[in-house]
Design a protein around this ligand. Structure first.
Ligand SMILES: Nc1ncnc2c1ncn2[C@@H]1O[C@H](COP(=O)(O)OP(=O)(O)OP(=O)(O)O)[C@@H](O)[C@H]1O
Ligand SMILES: [Mg+2]
Length: 290
């Protein structure tokens, strides 16, 4: 094991599950992340907000090791080990990363569904990562589809439908839920949903967050969003990214009340931005690092 792949012990209580230290990421001349420092404790529900193009998806992709930062570190805890040691995800080999990934689920901004039926999409993770059989997966898939407001009898064997953004988003959420993850990352989970299904997803994010995993691990949830309804309902810790750094980090109530120049106009425009959030340009294939 090289020095970079050695775990970083921690003594915080509650322990941290994500620690970002001085993250920088550029694309050509565009310096997107300019020194992001952020810690998320186990059991926290954190919303990451910021203008379109501010780097929220890039930040999330640094945490899940799809993007390698130029400098700084994204440390993520192994929630199965005593003391939750932290690992620099960019320094891990694929096997070590897969061991951490077993406990994560990601709802991608562009859903990242592949050709195949709804069942195929939902079953891929549990089958490939954990070797679960169809008999194990089917009841969980049915339960997860019901939780997102889809009728399993209607949709399980249907090809996933790209034309309906709302359905694809809900299948993407169901796919994350069946993994029963200790850490769940949502990138714009309610984009494209009508108000009724958005409210259902808000409640689902909360209920999933509050329920420990089947291995009794306390969940951590990170939600990238422009949805003020979601913030108002879940009242999470809010982290705002602005000009490549963490500009605000505090309670939703304080965020909503803030008169600060970048926050006020952003907050007031949030609902409109949510209605037309553009698609992320970050590649979505699992395991690909850039
Ligand atoms: N693969 C890439 N190649 C080049 N530029 C990229 C790439 N991925 C992201 N960017 C650029 O980095 C900036 C931040 O992108 P990112 O997708 O993180 O924004 P965002 O905050 O998630 O925006 P939105 O709210 O619209 O989803 C944007 O200007 C984007 O064009
Ligand atoms: Mg984005």
């Amino acid at each position: 094991m090289t020095e970079a792949t050695q775990p970083v012990p921690q003594r915080s209580d509650p322990p941290k599950t994500v620690v970002l230290e001085g993250l920088h990421k550029s694309f050509g001349e565009q310096h997107v992340l300019r020194g992001i420092d952020l810690s998320i404790a186990q059991g926290e529900l954190v919303a990451i907000v910021g203008n379109s193009g501010s780097g929220k998806t890039v930040l999330l992709h640094c945490i899940i090791a799809h993007i390698k930062p130029e400098s700084g570190r994204a440390l993520v805890a192994d929630v199965t080990q005593p003391g939750l040691p932290l690992y620099d995800v960019a320094a891990l080999d694929d096997d070590a990363l897969d061991r951490l990934r077993l406990h994560w689920a990601i709802v991608f901004q562009r859903n990242a569904l592949f050709t195949g039926t709804v069942y195929d999409n939902i079953a891929l993770g549990p089958h490939e990562l954990r070797g679960d059989t169809r008999e194990d997966i089917l009841p969980r898939a049915r339960e997860a589809l019901k939780a997102v407001g889809l009728d399993p009898d209607q949709v399980l064997d249907r090809a996933r439908d790209d034309r309906s953004g709302g359905m694809a988003k809900r299948v993407a959420i169901a796919r994350a839920l069946v993994l029963d993850p200790a850490m769940i990352f949502y990138d714009e989970p309610t984009a494209g949903l009508d108000p009724e299904h958005s409210a259902l997803v808000h409640d689902l994010i909360r209920s999933t967050h509050e329920r420990p995993t089947s291995e009794r691990i306390t969940r951590t949830s990170v939600v990238v969003t422009h949805d003020t309804g979601l913030l108002a309902r879940l009242q999470p810790r809010v982290v705002m990214i602005h000009e490549g750094r963490v500009f605000f980090d505090g309670a939703f109530e304080e965020f909503a009340r803030s008169d600060s120049a970048p926050i006020r106009p952003y907050f007031e425009a949030m609902a409109a931005v949510h209605a037309c959030v553009r698609e992320s340009r970050v590649p979505v294939r699992a395991g690909r690092r850039r």
